[in-house]
Write a protein that binds this ligand. Structure first.
Ligand code: ATP
Ligand code: MG
Length: 446
């Protein structure tokens, strides 16, 4: 993309309404625009990051055999009366009446709708196990929408639902989701720690929240510092193996890590004092096992191998896709702007032309631009007639992890400059060597 042809409405001033750094930077970098309280338009740069996060979520879910579908945002109140949640959900639910006086609602979550799809189509244990998921907008009429996309009213969520014959199989699904979530967050450059949590209005016995540690987080958390040494990494995993998935769950949940809702002072005190931590965290996901709560209420049964009708065991599993955009920025920025992890960056590399209009500089930039595109990467070429300082400030603000700077002086010596946004370290390289390095970073053939 050439910046002169893009739509990147960066702001010079720091918006006064934004209380936390991710919200400020998303507004300044032209990623979002508020439409009304807690509801945002995603401008092109923000939309690209949102889509990158969505793609990672899709890939990791499908590696585990989870199947994507798409359910609507608007649901019928009748289904929620069946589960008993229509009244129970309270003021957070946006209720709508259509022209025929039918009661509808903008879905805050989808347990009822997916259970209805299941019961209409599945009737035998032979069709299990089954995990269906979608990525769809949700609406919750939060009392205090704030912090930009972190606590919106309309927000994008991945929600997945497992259907299993037995409790044991459903707990395997729970563990499998835990593994997929660890991998998903790590690919986004985040450490998200699974913590024992409270189930709230979803209901159920087993639940973990995934928290990114950040001072601006809304959750209070308590943990054993040893847990922050754990990494899933690129180890192989057999998602069908109960033992392997259970092993990962044990590894990542055997140390103390809880939100304030389930915090236990006595247990916490058993950790050696130097490892006891209390901090703030951003909830970026949650997994639940809730047994037959919805299948009992809504008659979702299958026949087992002896022909008896039994209710299916279920769980639901959510990732805050739009909240993650803010959470990643909270975890990765400096005083100049955002620092995108390579896994989610909106453009792979920025090209800064120090002297637009100079024949050689223009030609070198065009050549780099063309070759990066040919590799299957997306460069953002700042081809504006602006002074270098302004171009650098924009690149630093929008946070592309790599920048190639091209100017007549370097070109005389046959070099361009490659700069890491994270470390600020620059090296002078030939254009070909710079391209090879970028290709290697993104795993492309140079
Ligand atoms: P919270 O405690 O933050 O209100 P929740 O526990 O009610 O969230 P879940 O039902 O677990 O939310 O939804 C799954 C994920 O969706 C959450 O982990 C969070 O990342 C995201 N999410 C929930 N509410 C919001 C919101 N108002 N704005 C943005 N993302 C949200
Ligand atoms: Mg939650």
């Amino acid at each position: 993309m050439r910046l002169t042809r893009y739509f990147l409405p960066v702001l010079k001033e720091t918006p006064s309404e934004a209380q936390i750094v991710s919200h400020r930077l998303m507004l300044r970098a032209g990623m979002i625009k508020q439409a009304s309280a807690g509801i945002y338009s995603w401008l092109p740069l923000g939309f690209k990051v949102l889509k990158n996060i969505e793609n990672i979520v899709h890939e990791e879910q499908q590696k585990a055999g989870h199947i994507p579908l798409l359910m609507p945002t608007i649901q019928s109140a009748d289904l929620w009366r069946e589960s008993g949640r229509y009244e129970a959900y309270g003021e957070e639910m946006l209720r709508i009446t259509d022209r025929h006086d039918r009661e509808m609602l903008f879905g805050p979550t989808n347990e009822e709708l997916i259970t209805d799809i299941f019961r209409a189509n599945v009737s035998s244990y032979k069709d299990l196990p089954l995990t269906l998921y979608h990525i769809q907008w949700k609406f919750r009429d939060e009392v205090r929408p704030r912090f930009g996309v972190m606590r919106g009213r309309e927000f994008l969520m991945k929600d997945g639902y497992n259907f299993d014959l037995t409790r044991e199989d459903a707990l395997h699904s729970y563990n499998r989701h835990l593994v997929t979530y660890l991998r998903t967050y790590e690919r986004m450059g985040l450490q998200a720690i699974p913590m024992r949590a409270d189930s709230g209005p979803i209901g159920g016995d087993d639940t973990h929240e995934f928290l990114v540690l950040a001072d601006t987080g809304e959750s209070e958390v308590f943990y054993d510092s040893e847990i922050t040494d754990l990494k899933f990494g690129d180890r192989a995993i057999d998602y069908d193996s109960h033992a392997e998935c259970q092993g990962v769950l044990e590894e990542f949940t055997s140390r103390y890590a809880r939100t304030d809702e389930t915090h236990d002072e006595a247990l916490f005190a058993e950790i050696p004092e130097e490892r006891r931590r209390s901090a703030r965290g951003i909830e970026v996901g949650q997994i639940f096992y809730f047994g037959t709560k919805y299948s009992d209420a809504m008659g979702a049964t299958v026949s087992d191998s002896e022909g008896n009708r039994v209710p299916v065991h279920m769980g639901s599993h959510g990732i805050g896709v739009s909240r993650l955009v803010g959470a990643i920025i909270e975890a990765s920025h400096d005083d100049k702007g955002i620092i995108w992890p390579e896994g989610v960056t909106p453009f792979h590399v920025g090209i800064v032309n120090l002297k637009q209009g100079d024949g050689e500089a223009d030609a070198a930039c065009e050549s780099l631009y063309g070759q990066l595109n040919a590799m299957g990467l997306e460069p953002l070429y700042d081809d504006r007639n602006e002074r270098a300082g302004g171009k650098f400030a924009t690149m630093d603000l929008i946070g592309l992890p790599w920048r190639i700077t091209v100017g007549p002086r370097g070109l005389k010596n046959g070099v361009v400059e490659l700069t890491s946004r994270r470390t600020g370290v620059s090296e002078e390289l030939t254009p070909d060597a710079a391209l090879a390095k970028i290709a290697a970073i993104y795993g492309k053939a140079g």
